[in-house]
Design a protein around this ligand. Structure first.
Ligand SMILES: [Zn+2]
Ligand SMILES: [Zn+2]
Length: 184
């Protein structure tokens, strides 16, 4: 992700409850990881957010979008994923006094200088919207486990051969032995 950031300086802004500002732009990330998968986002991640003074903090809501590219989980070809995720982040002015209650809310504290970086919540929203299984197309046929043929583009007779061998060995229990090489 490098030093891609979305810095928003709220010094002297959003000081009264109900006030809001909106921001749109692109986070210049080039790739991100989900579990052990890496996905590229060559055009970056676009965001469209509204920041509102919600009384006890700044609420950030909005949408993130990206054209992500990864590797198909079945056939290893290029897979494209359209990301359209929702962002929601709460920057409290003060930590809640009731610590038990605080454990139940997902929040950050608004820094003293009121400067926040939305890069992390934007990335979180993208990760949340990335499907667990990434496919080049919904009906991807995958690779043949025996010969490795890409079954989207070609056919192989491995399944047929295996079935024939199975039937033959059922009919003749010694058929499987004929290919065995014995040491003398
Ligand atoms: Zn595929
Ligand atoms: Zn095959």
């Amino acid at each position: 992700m490098g030093d891609a950031s979305v810095i928003i300086d709220l010094a002297g802004r959003l000081e009264n409850p109900g006030e809001s500002i909106s921001r749109t732009g692109t986070l210049e990330a080039r790739s991100y990881t989900v579990g052990d998968k890496e996905l590229g986002v060559p055009a970056g991640i676009s965001y469209d957010v509204v920041l509102t003074n919600a009384g006890d903090g700044i609420l950030v809501t909005g949408l993130v979008r990206a054209h992500a590219e990864g590797t198909c989980d079945r056939c290893l070809d290029l897979a494209r994923v359209e990301i359209a995720g929702e962002i929601e982040e709460y920057y409290l002015f003060q930590a809640p006094e009731d610590t038990e209650e605080a454990e139940d809310i997902d929040y950050e504290l608004l820094p003293e200088d009121r400067v926040i970086d939305l890069a992390a919540p934007i990335m979180d929203a993208v990760v949340m919207d990335t499907p667990f299984v990434v496919l080049c197309r919904p009906d991807c046929q995958g690779l043949c486990p025996t010969c490795g043929a890409n079954l989207n583009r070609e056919t192989c007779d491995c399944a047929e051969k295996a079935e024939r061998a199975r039937v033959e060995s059922d009919e003749n229990p010694f058929a499987a032995l004929k290919n065995l090489k014995l040491d003398d």
